[in-house]
Design a protein around this ligand. Structure first.
Ligand SMILES: CC1=C(CCC(=O)O)c2cc3nc(cc4[nH]c(cc5[nH]c(cc1n2)c(C)c5CCC(=O)O)c(CCC(=O)O)c4C)C(CCC(=O)O)=C3C
Ligand SMILES: [Fe+2]
Length: 369
C-alpha cells in the first residue's frame, strides 16, 4: 500500500493512460466490435465492413502496441525527470479493461488518479464517452465494496507544443517522400474522424469546439511548415471513417472526395496529415494508408501520409508538464499552461453539460457533472 505522494505531483498518486482498445487477433474482432457498438444503432453492413478492415491486418489493431510504447515512453520520461508517479493503462473497449485496471490501482493503494485519454479534442466520442466509462468503472468498484478513487482528467492537449511540434516534423518528413517536382505544390489535407454534425455543433462548453480545435491545430501546423520550407501551401481540414446511418449528417468532405477534388482542381500532390489521431489506429492504417492511398493511386495523384505523434518523447514530456501543471493547480497555485494557436489552453475540468451524450444524460466522472 502506498499512502504518500511525491510533493511535485501531490495530490495525485497515479497516472492512468485511458485508451480505446483494439483486437489483438482474428477471434477478438467480433467481440470487440460488439463492445464498441452496443446500443449505438450502427448498421449491420457497416460493422461487417469494419470487421473486414481488421481481418485484412490479421485481426490486430495497431492501437495496443502504440499504447504499450506510449506507456514505456511515459515511464522513461518520468524516471529520467525524477517524477515518482506510477503509470497504469486501461481501455474502454478491450483488454486491459478500464475496470480491471482501476481495481488493480485501488489494490495498490492509489486514491487520487489523473487520467490521460488518448484523444486530444473535445466531442462526445472523444471526451464525455471516456468520462462515462470512468463513471461506470467507478460504480463497479463501489458495488464490489472496494475503495473508490477520485479521478480527474488532463485538459485537452490538441494545441500543446509537445503534440503539435511532432506533427510539424511529420509533415516535413512526408513532404520529403514526395517526388521533388511536386513537393512545393503539395496540398496539406489535415484529416480527423468524422462525427455527426449535431455532435460537432454541441461539442465543448460553448459548442463547435471539435471543428474549431482541429482548425486551430491545422493552422498552427501549416504555419510552422510554411516557416520551415519557405513555401505557402494550400490546406484544408477534411474527415474520414464516417459511420452511422446514411440519413444522419456527418462532417464532410471525406478525404477520398477531397483527393478527387484536388486532382480535378489540378493539384500536383497532397500530404495526408492525421491530426485527429494520437497514434496509428486502424482508421490510419486502413482508411488512409489503404483506402485513401488506393484512391490517390487510381487518380494518379502522388500522396504521402504524415506520421502520428505516437510515443514521441516530446509528447511524453508534454504529458509530464501537464501533470505537474494540473497538480499545482489542484494545490491552489496558478501554473503556466503551454498552448500554441489562437484558442489558448483548454479548461482543466469539463463544465456541466459539455459535449452532451446524444442519447441523453448518463453519469460521467472527472467533470462538473
Ligand atoms: C471522434 C472519434 C474518435 C477519435 C477520438 C478517440 O480516439 O477516441 C474515434 C476513435 C476510435 N474509433 C475506433 C473504432 C471504432 N469507432 C467506431 C464508431 C464511431 N467512432 C466515432 C468517433 C470517434 N472514434 C463515432 C461517432 C462512431 C459511431 C458510433 C458511436 O457513436 O460510438 C466503430 C464502430 C464501427 C464503425 O462504425 O466504424 C469502431 C470499430 C478506434 C479504435 C481503432 C483501432 O482499433 O485502431 C478509435 C481509436
Ligand atoms: Fe471511432
Amino acid at each position: 500500500m502506498s499512502d504518500r505522494t511525491d510533493p511535485v505531483t501531490d495530490p495525485y498518486d497515479a497516472l492512468l493512460l485511458l485508451s480505446f482498445g483494439g483486437p489483438e487477433g482474428p477471434e477478438d474482432v467480433v467481440p470487440f466490435l460488439e463492445n464498441v457498438t452496443r446500443g449505438r444503432g450502427i448498421p449491420r453492413e457497416r460493422l461487417a465492413e469494419v470487421g473486414q478492415h481488421y481481418f485484412l491486418f490479421g485481426g490486430v489493431s495497431p492501437i495496443n502496441a502504440q499504447n504499450r510504447e506510449l506507456l514505456a515512453a511515459l515511464r522513461e520520461d518520468f524516471a529520467a525527470n525524477g517524477l515518482d508517479l506510477p503509470v497504469y493503462w486501461g481501455n474502454r473497449n478491450w483488454a486491459p479493461y478500464l475496470t480491471d485496471t482501476l481495481r488493480e490501482m485501488v489494490r495498490d493503494g492509489r486514491r487520487r488518479v489523473l487520467t490521460l485519454a488518448t484523444s486530444a479534442y473535445a466531442s462526445y466520442s472523444g471526451c464525455r464517452q471516456y468520462r462515462e466509462n470512468l463513471a461506470d468503472a467507478l460504480r463497479t468498484l463501489a458495488e464490489e465494496g472496494l475503495p473508490v478513487p477520485r479521478v480527474d482528467k488532463l485538459r485537452h492537449y490538441f494545441n500543446h507544443p509537445g503534440f503539435v511540434r511532432p506533427m510539424v516534423d511529420a509533415v516535413l518528413a512526408a513532404l520529403q517522400e514526395l517526388p521533388e517536382d511536386v513537393r512545393d505544390g503539395a496540398h496539406l489535407a489535415f484529416t480527423t474522424h468524422s462525427i455527426p454534425t449535431a455532435a460537432a455543433e454541441s461539442s465543448g462548453p460553448a459548442g463547435g469546439a471539435y471543428v474549431a480545435q482541429h482548425l486551430d491545430v491545422a493552422e498552427a501546423v501549416a504555419e510552422a511548415v510554411r516557416e520551415a520550407t519557405g513555401v505557402d501551401r494550400r490546406w484544408r481540414l477534411v474527415y474520414q471513417s464516417r459511420s452511422g446511418a446514411p440519413h444522419v449528417p456527418w462532417l464532410e468532405p471525406d478525404i477520398c472526395d477531397h483527393l478527387q477534388h484536388l486532382c480535378e482542381a489540378g493539384a500536383p500532390a497532397a500530404v495526408m496529415v492525421p491530426i485527429g489521431f494520437v497514434s496509428d489506429h486502424m482508421e490510419v492504417k486502413y482508411d488512409l494508408d489503404t483506402e485513401a492511398a488506393a484512391k490517390a493511386a487510381e487518380l494518379g495523384l502522388p500522396v504521402a501520409r504524415a506520421a502520428t505523434v505516437g510515443a514521441d518523447p516530446r509528447f511524453a514530456a508534454a504529458v509530464r508538464e501537464m501533470v505537474l501543471e494540473r497538480a499545482e493547480a489542484e494545490r491552489g497555485g496558478s501554473p503556466r499552461r503551454c498552448a500554441l494557436g489562437a484558442l489558448g489552453p483548454s479548461h482543466d475540468v469539463c463544465p456541466a453539460g459539455c459535449c452532451p451524450n446524444p442519447r441523453g444524460p448518463r453519469p460521467a466522472a472527472a467533470g462538473q457533472d
